[in-house]
Design a protein around this ligand. Structure first.
Ligand SMILES: [Zn+2]
Length: 295
């Protein structure tokens, strides 16, 4: 995966925020630190810091199976473990509309992008060199220049970082004065470590966190609706209830209860636009701009 042209323009040394030389080795012109690549992807982690280890995201049912069944089960696992959130077309395009609303020649940083890619002007960063990732870094110490981005995206990231306030402060640092931020976080979802799971937000709670840290919320809403919340919580609840307090039985049951309740989530095709959907929404979003400096 070749680096997007825009990526070296905004990338900086995570130790001193100095400019980087992207030659055979990546070297900081400020402090002389050098950074490696994994495949083609620069690993921009300060002072030998390690990104959080990516493990199995869910207490899996695989190791609850007899050993000889595991290789087969691993191959079909994505089909055994259904996705229990349904993001309606309207909610899915919210982030695309955000990117489209920014200057066409601008730069957007997707922090914790996973394998997603929202366009040629979006630079993708994550803690691992996944497909589409332009460089590896951590959200609490972005390897990115001050005031260099027109937009930043935090999709399903704030629940996974150790320090959410520091992550938002870093997002503010890399934005231009006219820059905007799009945040999408879970409210009612089951535990899902990736590799950690630390917190949830209500819609007003997310707006408050942003405003406390120097943003002004412009718009907010439900990202994933209450039917998805009911599906996920219901699947966890039934697996717990019928597993007789056995962890192994829970792990084996959980894919089954997931499939049993799976169709319920489809009600979010229309329910996520209910005016009261935020009361038990699966996820919420906020679009914010930098607050005007006081005085
Ligand atoms: Zn440096």
């Amino acid at each position: 995966m070749a680096l997007k042209e825009l990526a070296p323009r905004i990338a900086r040394c995570p130790a001193c925020f100095g400019e980087l030389d992207f030659a055979e080795t990546i070297t900081c012109r400020g402090c002389g630190a050098s950074y490696s690549r994994e495949g083609d992807t620069p690993i921009l982690l300060a002072g030998g810091a390690e990104a959080p280890k990516l493990g199995e995201w869910y207490p899996g049912f695989l190791d609850a199976l007899p050993r000889r069944l595991r290789p087969l089960a691993a191959r079909v696992a994505p089909r055994l473990r259904p996705t229990l959130v349904y993001k309606s077309q309207q909610a899915r395009t919210e982030v695309e509309r955000f990117v489209a609303s920014l200057p066409i020649d601008g730069v957007v940083l997707n922090i914790g992008s996973g394998e997603s890619d929202y366009g040629p002007n979006v630079v993708n960063m994550d803690i691992g060199p996944f497909a589409n990732v332009d460089f590896v870094g951590v959200a609490e110490r972005l390897p990115v220049a001050d005031g260099s981005c027109d937009g930043a995206i935090l999709m399903a990231v704030l629940e996974h970082v150790r320090d959410a306030d520091l992550t938002l402060t870093e997002a503010r640092r890399i934005l231009k004065r006219s820059g905007k931020l799009f945040v999408d976080v879970p409210f009612i979802q089951g535990f899902h470590a990736s590799p950690h799971d630390y917190r949830r937000y209500t819609e007003p709670g997310l707006r408050e966190a942003l405003e406390r840290l120097g943003f002004e919320a412009e718009a907010s809403g439900v990202a994933v609706g209450p039917a998805s919340a009911a599906t996920w919580i219901g699947a966890e609840f039934l697996a717990l209830l019928f597993s007789g307090r056995s962890e192994r039985a829970y792990r084996l049951l959980r894919p089954l209860t997931g499939w049993l309740l799976w169709p319920v989530k489809l009600a979010d095709a229309w329910l996520d636009r209910h005016p009261m959907a935020y009361t038990v929404a699966s996820a919420v979003w906020v679009r914010a701009k930098l607050a005007e400096p006081e005085g």
